[in-house]
Design a protein around this ligand. Structure first.
Ligand code: ARG
Length: 461
């Protein structure tokens, strides 16, 4: 294939070979091949409608481009970028008519268009991968619907919760992530093509029709902005970053809960690794990598912001840096979502261990305080009283529900035998019965609601 540059006319000297390589984006932007061909086919129709090329020429261009699409991209080409690759191949295939395709177009509006087309699909793929992870969480919750674990604040045992409630907390985070992708898509789905290099096109390109042809919802209103706007990349990376925050928190919980110290979860061999030295080890590398890769995605976001900061209008080559950041974040997040789904399908629960942990550590202390409140004591006083009960229980090495009534009554005469009913694990759980609480009936409803929302392919659209 010809290595002729798209911009050679003004040049008499050759590019320094090292610089030429440095300048190339083909090694990574060939990922845009398919959308570049699609956008060019639509553009050829726009040129035809504008009377810039004849119907005969337009169909020649289209057939050439369709054939290129079928041939696929040649990864070994030495083209400068994917746009040069497609155009050079077109000229090779159909001759001089191919050279008319770029009329009134610049790689500046072309690359912005391609990247938005690519991202539209990437957002849909991500949405599907998140939904998959949500499904795995719901299935895990349903399969372990009776399991109770300690809930933590400050990583100290706080109040018992259903394991399903914990799963649904992550389900909610992922639901917001999916909504964000839908909202981002709306701003991605705007057509830059027809803005040309920076000032707009001087050919009568009907941009509205071109937008419809390519499935864009609207047309970029300002040509300078259209070619230099990479907000959509920042939004994409920011959505990915927040998603990674959520996955890393889930990963951390799983890592902790699978440790011998907690011991609530057991990771199957399919998602664990061993140690080259310590024969007894089984390590949660899967979740550690998800946790670790969050940093890499944040890096892409911060890198993108730094690249864009103070860039003068309009296009600058700095912006070529957008692609590797976005592609890498997309691949990383996709991989993390897949592994997370796999992990959730390969975790088993040590129910007994979880139950023991959930019923010890004075996590029913609040229930005792609430009990006193119901007997007429102001909450502040009840809190104080129960604090001293806990101190005594620690001394006696007993849980609150194991303390004899005579001991409890030393702290308040309002305590009676009915206190033992409110101190059970079940009572503790089921008292949290308002919307959003961990009571069994609420969680069963929440699981059903989660199932329902999984049936929607694009939440909030
Ligand atoms: N490879 C370039 C990029 O990704 C395409 C746009 C080049 N435009 C230019 N004026 N040199 O940004």
């Amino acid at each position: 294939m010809s290595e002729k540059k798209l911009w050679g006319g003004r040049f008499s000297g050759e590019a320094d070979p090292q610089f030429a390589e440095f300048n190339r984006s083909f090694p990574f932007d060939r990922r845009l091949f398919e959308v570049d061909v699609r956008a060019s086919i639509a553009y050829s129709r726009a040129l035809e409608r504008a009377g810039v090329v004849s119907p005969g020429e337009a169909s020649q261009i289209r057939e050439g481009l369709e054939r290129i699409g079928e041939e696929g991209v040649n990864p070994d080409s030495s083209a400068e970028d994917v746009h040069s690759f497609v155009e050079a191949r077109l000229v090779e295939l159909i001759g001089d008519t191919g050279r008319k395709l770029h009329t009134g177009r610049s790689r500046n509006d072309q690359v912005a268009t391609d990247f938005r087309l690519w991202m539209r699909e990437a957002l849909e793929d991500l949405n599907r991968s998140i939904r998959e992870a949500q499904t795995a969480l719901v299935e895990f919750a349903e399969a372990n619907s009776e399991v109770v674990i300690p809930g933590y604040t400050h990583l100290q045992r706080a109040q018992p919760v259903l394991l399903a409630h914990w799963c649904l907390a992550y389900f909610e985070m992922l639901a917001r992530d999916r909504e964000r992708l839908v909202e981002t898509r709306r701003r991605v789905n705007v057509l830059p093509l027809g803005s040309a290099a920076l000032a707009g096109t001087s050919f009568p390109i009907d941009r509205e029709t071109l937008a419809v042809d390519l499935g864009f919802e609207s047309v970029a209103r300002n040509s300078l902005d259209a070619v230099s706007d990479r907000d959509f990349c920042v939004e994409f990376l920011s959505d990915c970053s927040l998603l990674m925050v959520h996955l890393s928190r889930l990963a951390e919980d799983v890592i902790l809960y699978a440790s011998s110290e907690f011991g609530f979860l057991l990771l199957s061999d399919a998602i664990s690794t061993g140690s080259s030295l310590m024969p007894q080890k089984k390590n949660p590398d899967s979740m550690e990598l998800v946790r670790g890769k969050a940093g890499r995605v944040f890096g892409a976001l911060v890198g993108m912001l730094a690249t864009l900061k103070a860039l003068p209008l309009a296009y600058n080559k700095d912006m070529q840096e957008d692609k590797e950041a976005v592609f890498d974040a997309f691949d990383t997040v996709t991989g993390c979502l897949q592994v997370t789904s796999t992990v959730m399908r390969n975790v088993t629960v040590n129910e007994e261990r979880a139950r023991v942990a959930a019923s010890t550590g004075y996590m029913n202390a609040t229930e005792l305080a609430d009990y006193l409140v119901r007997k007429g004591m102001p909450f502040r006083e009840a809190h104080e009283v129960v604090g001293t009960v806990v101190m005594r229980a620690i001394d006696l090495k007993q849980e609150l529900h194991q303390l004899p009534l005579s001991v409890l009554q030393q702290f308040s005469t309002q305590i009676d035998t009915d206190v033992y009913d409110v101190l059970t694990l079940d009572a503790t759980l089921n008292s949290k019965s308002q919307i959003g609480g961990t009571a069994r009936e609420r969680v069963i409803e929440a699981l059903a609601e989660a199932r329902r929302s999984l049936a929607e392919s694009f939440p909030g659209k």
